[in-house]
Design a protein around this ligand. Structure first.
Ligand SMILES: [Zn+2]
Length: 143
């Protein structure tokens, strides 16, 4: 399943990428542009805007109206409604690139496995923040 998130859901978009879902985020796009991008890319539109949601529905573009105002709430709405789970793959939260095992030198001491984004060249590893990520996902009902 692929997503496109509206301007209000940037944080959610980054988290969907972390758990492996291809998620487009175009914060400066207008409603029409978002609907067209969703249609062209076969993406489900995530929005907190009731009017945008209705416009998408009228065009036959699949959309989900997010009601929660917290990240955990947003993630659990999606997990519940769409039956999402955490994918084996991880995407770059910044640019949506699919992370691969790092071949270059991250330039910092990192323990364990290191990933690299082939698109923006950012490195990722399981640091102390990983525990927080796991806790948030657990609280959202995602596993
Ligand atoms: Zn990237």
């Amino acid at each position: 399943m692929r997503f496109i998130a509206d301007a209000m859901l940037g944080k959610l978009a980054r988290w969907l990428r972390i758990i492996g879902y291809d998620t487009e985020y175009l914060p400066s796009a207008g409603d029409e542009e978002l609907i067209s991008a969703a249609e062209a890319g076969g993406r489900l539109l995530l929005t907190r805007d009731g009017e945008l949601f209705r416009r998408a529905a009228r065009r036959g573009v699949p959309a989900l109206l997010i009601k929660s105002n917290t990240l955990i709430g947003e993630l659990s709405e999606i997990a519940r409604t769409l039956g999402l789970s955490i994918s084996d793959q991880t995407r770059c939260p910044i640019c949506n690139g699919l992370l691969v095992e790092a071949s270059g030198d991250p330039g910092v001491p990192a323990k364990g496995m290191v990933w690299e984004c082939p698109k923006c060249r950012k490195f990722y590893w399981h640091g102390t923040h990983w525990l927080k990520i796991s806790e948030t996902l657990e609280a959202s009902g995602l596993r």
